[in-house]
Design a binder for this molecule. Structure first.
Ligand SMILES: *[C@@H]1O[C@H](CO)[C@@H](O)[C@H](O)[C@H]1NC(C)=O
Ligand SMILES: *[C@@H]1O[C@H](CO)[C@@H](O)[C@H](O)[C@H]1NC(C)=O
Length: 156
């Protein structure tokens, strides 16, 4: 009888130990899914919405990267991914040109405007480029309604 009780105590101890181990593992997994700012990758996608069949030429750069000239047919997109720096100073500057001599530029990513801890954050920063200026996709409204003038001022 005493032996059986001792076995039962041992079984209970082992079970509680297993529960503790699995809780510990769950905690480790939970900390893995928390966004880690140093491994976070953002994406910019740019789509030609000039209309009337115009081709959009663009050339984007940051202080570290020159992404080269891109030529976008109507309604076509181009994208790049990058890791915003931990100081929150990442910017990508793009020069846009289209037929009949139009030439303009825009900061397609500006950590101060788009960064995860800023005003209107984006990880997937999707932009439609029209002649009136760039508009960013808004997950809250499911529309490209975060719009800017070419000089960078917000439209709303
Ligand atoms: C975030 O990721 C980096 C690089 O993988 C790693 O060195 C760092 O320990 C991670 N930080 C946290 C809080 O998980
Ligand atoms: C581009 O998309 C617009 C809106 O969906 C459409 O009206 C237009 O015909 C498309 N242009 C081309 C060249 O596919």
């Amino acid at each position: 009888m005493a032996n059986i009780q001792r076995t039962q105590v041992l079984v209970v101890m082992i079970i509680s130990l297993l529960i503790q181990i699995s809780l510990l593992q769950a905690e480790t997994i939970a900390s893995d899914v928390h966004p880690n700012i140093s491994t976070l990758k953002s994406m910019v996608r740019i789509t030609n919405r000039l209309g009337d069949g115009s081709t959009l030429n663009l050339h984007c750069k940051s202080s570290d990267d020159n992404l080269g000239l891109q030529i976008l047919a109507p309604n076509k997109s181009w994208s790049f991914t990058f890791r915003p720096n931990i100081w929150g100073t990442t910017v990508f500057y793009c020069h846009f040109t289209w037929p009949r001599g139009h030439s303009t530029h825009f900061y397609i990513y500006d950590d101060f405007r788009d960064g995860v801890h800023r005003g209107i954050p984006c990880i997937y920063c999707f932009w439609d480029i029209s002649k009136d200026g760039p508009c960013r996709f808004n997950e809250a409204t499911d529309a490209f309604d975060i719009c800017y003038y070419w000089n960078g001022d917000p439209k709303q």
